[in-house]
Design a protein around this ligand. Structure first.
Ligand code: GLC
Length: 433
């Protein structure tokens, strides 16, 4: 890429981060998502860190300032009222001092904090900022295994599709169909005022999302009861891989900072998780698949959830197979990595998590594959990501067949990931030690 072109991309990405900065946290995009989202913030911190380390740490500190007493870190923090979003605090009713949602999101904080720490230009400042976060993230990890893996299988379940971060993935269709739609309070969607309905989840999906929310609210958001009471319990390989990677990275960081007990606990979580992840491998599909915990069966749905497993330190032969699988997807899609296999009749090129490309997934997959020595495919994913931005700007997600921008515009984590991809071009990304 020409230096001028690169400089323009960086300038644009920084402008988006500034535009969406609310001082101590960043909103994903104006209008559509006016609050702080959990995994958005952790990944955004990496982008912020290139130019302002203090601000990067603050992004994650703000999120953890709203950790629940039981250890959960909520998926949304409603810092300031804004009635442009549904469901808002009046629907969640979690009774937190600053309102939050009542469910969680992919646990990418352990990874983000280690990376910020290792890149820090001021190691003393980084150590001082990392220590309290280390303890808070460890509490969150313990919360996951206590409340989302009550039988001690080594893998956690999500109990709401929103927890996965991949809201309307085809992976959830079967389990979600068992969730009722009736008896919910009347509501009005707000997302359709900001984005094209053809790019968003359907009304049937939304009814069920709301039904689950009301079910959990009816149980007083008591996490000791929610897992078993949920008709939706799915073990997502992507979600677990992110948690495993974060446990692994937190352990490495704790060792550096001299907390051996915390390191040993997180190392054990990661090892147990990795061993259990094997049960989600499908030889026929050539990738990992989700498992419906209520039926005990693997879900026949080749989505990006199974490819995100590459983010965890999986065995080399698995990383190699995922690399092959992604290369095959590249023959069916103009750009990598589609969130669902275009060969599947249920694939929908523009509908949110049922086909489109998301740069955060590209980043995590490329990082893991590079660490596993799968450099060629990792570089292709990075190049495709930058190419998409050049063609279609900083959108929320992209049609993998036409590169058309979809969803919201001027999107924070897309901008952060571009800074990351540009930074790691030509370097060795994915050092996970
Ligand atoms: C959507 C995405 C989710 C993200 C949120 C804010 O709900 O599915 O992953 O965290 O938007 O960007």
């Amino acid at each position: 890429m020409e230096p001028a072109e690169r400089a323009a991309l960086v300038e644009n990405a920084l402008a988006i981060l500034r535009e969406n900065d609310r001082g101590a946290y960043t909103v994903p995009t104006r209008g559509l998502y006016p609050f702080q989202w959990n995994w958005d913030s952790c990944l955004t911190a990496l982008g912020l860190g290139h130019h302002d380390e203090d601000r990067a740490w603050r992004e994650i500190e703000t999120l953890f300032g709203h950790q629940w007493p039981d250890g959960m870190v909520p998926h949304i923090v409603f810092h300031v009222p804004d009635d442009g979003y549904f469901p808002g605090p009046d629907v969640w009713r979690t009774k937190r001092p600053v309102p939050t949602s009542g469910i969680t999101q992919p646990a990418v904080a352990g990874f983000a904090v280690r990376r910020l720490f290792e890149r820090a230009r001021d190691p003393a400042m980084a150590a001082a900022r990392a220590r309290p976060l280390l303890a808070a993230i460890d509490r969150w990890h313990q919360w996951f295994f206590a409340h989302r893996d009550p039988a001690g299988e080594g893998l956690v379940a999500i109990i709401h599709p929103w927890e996965s971060g991949r809201d309307n993935s085809i992976d959830w269709d079967e389990a979600l169909a068992r969730v009722p739609r009736d008896g919910i309070e009347p509501y009005a969607r707000r997302d359709l005022q900001h984005a094209d309905a053809a790019h968003r989840p359907t009304d049937a999906d939304y009814d069920r999302f709301v039904w689950l929310l009301e079910r959990f609210r009816g149980l007083g958001w008591d996490n000791a009861r929610l897992h078993d009471a949920s008709p939706f319990q799915v073990v997502d390989p992507g979600f677990n891989a992110i948690l495993i990677r974060s446990c692994h990275d937190l352990a490495a960081l704790a060792e550096r900072l001299g907390d051996d007990e915390l390191a040993a606990r997180n190392r054990a979580f990661a090892e147990r998780g990795l061993a259990a992840l094997e049960s989600l491998w499908s030889e026929a599909a050539g990738q990992y698949l989700a498992c419906d915990r209520t039926t005990g069966r693997l879900v026949e749905s080749c989505s990006i959830g199974g490819l995100l497993a590459a983010f965890a330190p999986i065995p080399a032969r698995r990383a190699e197979a995922l690399g092959r699988r992604i290369a095959a997807l590249g023959e069916r899609a103009g750009h990598l990595v589609p969130s669902h296999d275009p060969a599947d009749a249920r694939f929908d090129a523009r509908r949110y998590w049922r086909g489109p490309i998301w740069l955060i997934c590209n980043y995590m997959i490329a990082d893991g594959l590079a660490a596993a020595g799968e450099d060629v495919i990792a570089r292709r994913i990075g190049a495709d990501s930058i190419d998409l931005i050049g063609k279609s700007g900083f959108a929320e997600y992209y049609d993998p067949l036409t590169a058309e921008p979809c969803g919201g515009g001027r999107f924070t984590w897309t901008a952060a990931m571009v800074l990351e991809f540009l930074k790691t071009t030509g370097e060795q990304p994915g050092d996970r030690g």
